[in-house]
Design a protein around this ligand. Structure first.
Ligand code: ADP
Ligand code: MG
Length: 687
């Protein structure tokens, strides 16, 4: 911790004298409530979005920029299409509750030409502000509840219809309000914003970039500012990754593949695709070296990673060593086991499932004495307390759920070759940046027999039609999933709700069909039995909670209904949808929800994104834009913050540049190291 700010007392100053005008960086850590006009209630709302300090205000990046729109008289609203602005005075306003926890504020607004009812969703506090006589400027369009307001100004400010940034969570905190905060933060704290990269690079100042980000004259200026700020965070990230590299570990050198692998290829009911073959060749090359493999195998949901993973495990078995497959949850471990165990059995390979339940003692012994050749379990189980006779290859599923530190712990404890699998689509270059010590194999395309899943939104009032379509599939001998709503309650309540829903469907929409139920409260043996019956077509429909999210693999299932789809996250919906479309048949995913106008802007955009694309990369970017925290670094576990300004899909050149810069800066001391400290400690990349 020699690089901490505490070091400014002298030691560090010798190497790096503070620039003129230097002030302690803590000033940016001041409470956001210290900014003028921020009362306790706004401060609280800001904190709800992770904006606690002045720094957070400044680095709160706009989600997008809105183009200017025309202002029209209220009487002409019917003629306009798309968004417009209206200006008028409030006649009356009232708030009411909609279903769930949603609220609607309706206000009657009048101008010289006429009046209209304007709707504000989920901003109950507005009812008090919209007192009769107040001047408002509203941007939006005509919708089911009158004029559907997207952004607004109350009183004097006049920005709503102009070119302007739109911030995340603009529903809860109006963008105009945030801009005012940013303006005062920039004015009051301009002197606290220091640049972290060497001055020789002659980059635009961070202060100017922030100003341009929040108050650009046009899109180009905003984009240039974003890229400048992205470079800062990418360099810091790369420096952190470099610190985590472990260069001393040694792994067993595996001989070339032989007879077992040949038989494996024979028992597979299909030929491997060229992408799978390519990944396998890269893995083979790694296994032949004493440097432990650290490879990321990435491919979208359903692209065929499991087959490749089993290949790597069998390579260990073939050289009389062991393989381990680690999953983030016990359910997922079980599902992997169900997939690979039958194949292993055919090959005469002993594959065991290690669970937290009783009976694990015997399994542990088998792993310790080498009778078990492949062990499947959660990473916690396997990492914490299992002795292997001779572990040569470890496959870690869903890498993004583990922090970088955990990954390192695994590599240090033992030195197996490690293959990390992930379905979180990260463009290759970004993966290289984030997991700078990982090589990357990418399964770019799924097996050729696949057809993209057709996704449609269905209004809740038309859900009976969705079930009608589902029954058509069942009658044709196909199978289906029905995903139950995600209720914010305990696992037990969730299980009970799923039970009730399955019961209801058996009596109503799915009467006469064989309906199974899968939820997190089933005992492992029960869960396995349900999965087995579904796989062997003893069940037509699986009603399930999100436990089916990852790993369930039944190619005959061709249609999925997701109830109350707006409650799920985008990544989660993409994963869920990936349960269908796994065979050659055209598959469908029907997302049931309330109508778009009743949803929050982000929920509406999530569902729309799913309809418009099945491309996981694109969805990941949209998800990041919407959520801002991609968990790319395993943020939850390790407290790392995420990239705020980087665009996964387009910033490849920038990422390369950051990698080079970080390589040049290396161990050299300087403000860039402070930046990396901040990132590693869970703060943000900022001044
Ligand atoms: P992922 O783990 O990437 O989501 P899986 O490995 O589970 O994908 O594969 C999805 C489905 O595709 C499985 O049913 C699997 O048997 C099948 N599959 C895998 N590789 C091929 C291939 N080369 N040709 C045809 N089907 C394949
Ligand atoms: Mg899989």
């Amino acid at each position: 911790m020699t690089r901490k700010h505490a070091g400014f007392t002298g030691v560090v100053q010798e190497h790096w004298p503070p620039p003129r005008g230097w002030r302690p960086p803590q000033r940016l850590d001041a409470d956001a409530g210290s900014l003028p006009g921020v009362g306790p209630s706004l401060a609280k709302r800001l904190r709800g979005f992770g904006i606690a300090t002045v720094r957070d205000v400044l680095f709160h990046a706009p989600r997008r920029y809105e183009s200017a729109v025309d202002q029209v008289p209220i009487s002409k609203l019917g003629l306009a299409d798309g968004e417009v602005a209206v200006e008028g005075r409030i006649v009356s306003a009232r708030a009411r509750r909609l279903r769930g926890r949603r609220t609607l504020v309706s206000a009657t607004v009048r101008d010289d030409s006429g009046q209209i009812s304007a709707s504000f969703f989920n901003q109950p506090w507005l009812a008090e502000k919209l007192t009769p006589g107040t001047t408002v400027r509203l941007r939006g369009k005509l919708g089911r509840y009158g004029f559907d307001v997207k952004t607004y100004d109350i009183g004097e400010a006049r920005k709503t219809a102009d070119f302007a940034p739109v911030y995340p969570a603009s529903e809860q905190i109006p963008s105009a309000r945030l801009r005012e905060l940013v303006r005062s933060a920039l004015t009051l704290h301009a002197g606290d914003l220091h640049d972290s990269l060497p001055a020789e690079l002659e980059l635009p100042l961070r202060r100017d970039s922030l100003a341009a980000l929040h108050f650009p004259r046009d899109l180009d200026e905003a984009e240039a500012a974003r890229r400048r700020l992205a470079l800062d965070e990418l360099v810091a990230l790369q420096l952190v990754v470099a610190r985590l590299r472990d260069t001393d570990a040694v792994a067993p050198v595996l001989p070339a593949s032989g007879e077992l692998i040949e038989r494996y290829r024979d028992v597979l009911p299909f030929r491997l695709t060229e992408h799978q073959e390519h990944a396998i060749a890269e893995i083979d090359a790694d296994l032949g070296r004493s440097v432990p493999m650290q490879r990321l195998l990435q491919g979208d949901v359903g692209s065929g990673k499991t087959v490749v993973a089993l290949y790597a495990l069998l390579r260990a078995v073939e050289s009389s060593s062991q393989g381990a497959l680690m999953a983030p949850t016990e359910t997922l471990a079980e599902q992997h086991f169900l997939t690979i165990e039958p194949l292993c059995a055919q090959l005469g390979v002993r594959c065991v499932l290690l669970t937290g339940s009783t009976g694990a003692r015997r399994i542990r012994d088998e792993i310790a004495n080498g009778v078990a050749q492949i062990a499947v379990g959660t990473h916690a189980l396997i990492q914490r307390d299992v002795e292997f006779a001779d572990l040569a290859v470890a496959v870690v599923d869903e890498q993004h759920r583990f922090g970088v530190e955990q990954r390192k712990a695994l590599a240090e404890g033992r030195s197996p070759h490690v293959l990390h699998m992930t379905a979180t689509p990260i463009p290759r270059t970004l993966a290289l940046t984030i997991y700078g010590d990982l090589a990357v194999s990418e399964i770019e395309k799924p097996p050729a027999n696949r057809k993209p899943i057709v996704t449609a939104r269905v209004g809740a009032e038309r859900s009976s039609e969705a079930y009608k379509r589902l029954r058509v599939h069942l009658d044709a001998g196909r199978q289906a999933y029905v995903v139950c709503p995600l209720i914010e309650q305990s696992e037990t309540r969730l299980a009970r709700a799923a039970e009730e829903e399955a019961e209801r469907l058996r009596r109503a929409e799915l009467k006469g069909y064989r309906v199974g139920l899968l939820h997190g409260k089933l005992k492992p043996a029960e869960r396995r039995e349900v999965m087995r019956r579904f796989k062997e077509q003893e069940l037509d429909v699986l009603v399930a909670t999100t436990v089916i999210e990852v790993g369930v693999d039944v190619p005959n299932a061709t249609i999925m209904i997701v109830q109350e789809a707006d409650r799920f996250g985008l990544a989660q919906l993409h994963q869920l949808r990936g349960r269908v479309g796994r065979g050659g048949e055209q598959s469908y995913c029907l997302l049931i929800s309330r109508p778009g106008e009743e949803l929050s802007e982000t929920a509406d955009r999530r569902l729309q994104a799913l309809v418009e694309t099945t491309d996981g990369f694109e969805l990941a970017q949209i998800d990041l834009d919407l959520r801002r925290e991609g968990q790319l670094l395993g943020t939850q576990q390790s407290g790392w913050s995420d990239l705020r300004f980087t665009r996964l899909r387009t910033d490849h050149a920038l990422i390369e540049r950051a990698r080079e810069l970080a390589r040049e800066l290396g161990d050299e001391d300087g403000p860039w190291q402070d930046e990396a400290d901040r990132l590693a400690a869970g703060g943000d990349v900022a001044a």
